[in-house]
Design a protein around this ligand. Structure first.
Ligand code: GAP
Length: 452
């Protein structure tokens, strides 16, 4: 028997009738390419196997997703600290964690067209040619193997981490010693992970290189259930607060036969993707599995010593594990809309201002010399409080449309009246309402409207 990976191990739900645009994924893929969110990697060489590059707007938005997570999970708490562990890692870590043995997907080959598939995803029929002539499933380990150093031999084998989590477990003692934190406390990390997925698909939903946002929350064993439920609530709240509608978000508890090798309870935060409900984040009770496994393999005592009672124990771990790149895709999908303004259809991303690549666009009405110095002065006032675009090309109407399409909440237009009255026009993306604001108040007013 092979063991499925944590991500996406759920039985396929029948795709519900998803309201919205029938070709929404395609629209997001096109918009991402056209406006510089996400490009297919190595495109000039014909692309490279489901890898993607984040462009000027994508890098801003992805950073905003990660910053929003960090703010809620680390900055606004006094019980969680961060780390940034190495991506290249010794096989010893993955032997102890169970990934060398268990981190596999069941791989089958179609004997007719020679395509390869994940057996648990295809109901015995090749999706490419319809043949039922498939090989027996065999366990395929998803970890990327490489060599650290110039010699390719067993002694130099290294792995690219398939999850950020183990970096937190192997640093447990370092963090306890240096921070004097006591359970319940957490260690958080955001960074790249790598899985040699058999069938990467659906744009950046499942890729071989992706970013995770994970937190390991160490608790006294008898409090594990309480904290598991606490984190289910907290994590649902995070997505709702950043604008995912309640109708597109749900929690799904795993059945016993779906659980990863380390978990006694797991629930997924699921988003209603155009193809149906699918996972954004897994929240798991990992018990004391990882700390005990690393203690056994390393010989180090990975315990907590409670001075007040003289008690030693191995904490249990509650882990909210989210995907940053996948979550960014969900935010794009749920923000996308087309509406009619003044008899014209516009595309708009109703992104929360904390996620939008630009919070403000400064638009001088004309490129004429008289307006530019004042427009640059306004830009200079706004840049310390918001990420700004400065767009001088084409008609003002077109520039509004372009900003709507990438989700910029506010446009600030500097016109010829501004030279006389010292004020600018501030336009709201969602209502398209325009108000006149004195230049010396514009940064303060916009800062007051942007959410933190
Ligand atoms: N440490 C536990 C863990 O890694 P997981 O459910 O396998 O759990 C957590 O992964 C999250 O990482 C997933 O919910 C998903 O958002 C993201 N993720 C996993 N594999 C991914 C992939 N191939 N492409 C994009 N995101 C992925």
């Amino acid at each position: 028997m092979t063991e499925q990976t944590g991500d996406d191990a759920a039985p396929d739900d029948p795709a519900p009738d998803v309201p919205g645009y029938p070709d929404l994924v395609e629209r997001i893929v096109n918009l991402s390419k056209r406006r510089g969110f996400i490009f297919p990697s190595a495109e000039i060489y014909g692309g490279f196997r489901s890898t993607y590059d984040y462009g000027p707007l994508g890098v801003l938005m992805l950073r905003n997703v990660k910053d929003a997570w960090w703010r809620s999970m680390v900055q606004l708490r006094d019980d969680v600290v961060g780390i940034d562990a190495a991506i290249l890692s010794t096989p010893k870590i993955w032997e102890a964690s169970g990934h060398l043995d268990n981190f596999t997907d069941p791989l089958v080959d179609c004997r007719n067209c020679h395509e390869r598939w994940r057996a648990d995803k295809i109901d015995g029929i090749c999706p490419n040619c319809g043949s039922g002539d498939l090989t027996e499933p065999r366990a395929f380990n998803l970890m990327f193997k490489t060599f650290a150093g110039p010699v390719e031999e067993d002694a130099t084998v290294a792995y690219l981490r398939p999850e950020t989590a183990q970096g937190m477990f192997v640093n447990f003692l370092n963090v306890v010693t240096t921070t004097r934190k006591k359970p319940p406390f957490g260690i958080a990390q955001v960074g790249k992970s790598f899985r040699n997925e058999i069938t990467p698909q659906n744009f950046v939903f499942r890729t071989r290189e992706f970013e995770q946002m994970e937190m390991e929350y160490f608790v006294p064993p008898d409090e594990a259930d309480k904290w598991f439920h606490y984190w289910l609530d907290e994590r649902m709240r995070w997505y709702l607060d950043l604008g995912i509608p309640e109708t597109k978000l749900r929690l799904r508890h795993h059945e016993a036969d779906e659980l990863s090798h380390y978990s006694t309870a797991t629930a997924d935060v699921e988003f209603l993707f155009p193809w149906g409900w699918d996972e954004l984040e897994g929240i798991a009770n990992r018990t004391d599995f990882d700390l005990k496994a690393h203690a056994a393999h390393s010989g180090e005592k990975l315990e907590y010593f409670e001075q007040s009672t003289g008690e030693r124990y191995v904490p249990y771990v509650i882990e909210p594990a989210a995907g940053a790149t996948r979550t960014m895709m969900a935010f794009l999908l749920s923000a996308y809309d087309e509406d009619e303004i003044g008899g014209e259809t516009r595309t708009v991303l109703h992104l929360d201002s904390r996620l939008a690549p630009y919070q403000v666009a400064v638009l001088p009405l004309s490129k004429k010399d008289e307006l530019m110095p004042l427009a640059r002065q306004v830009l200079g006032l706004l840049q310390p409080v918001a990420v700004c675009d400065f767009d001088t090309t084409q008609s003002i109407g077109r520039r509004y449309r372009r900003q709507d399409e990438v989700g910029t909440p506010y446009c600030v237009t500097v016109d010829f009246d501004s030279l006389q009255d010292g004020a600018v026009t501030v336009r709201d993306r969602d209502t398209t309402e325009q108000v006149r604001v004195p230049i010396d108040r514009v940064a303060g007013e916009i800062a007051g409207c942007l959410r933190r």
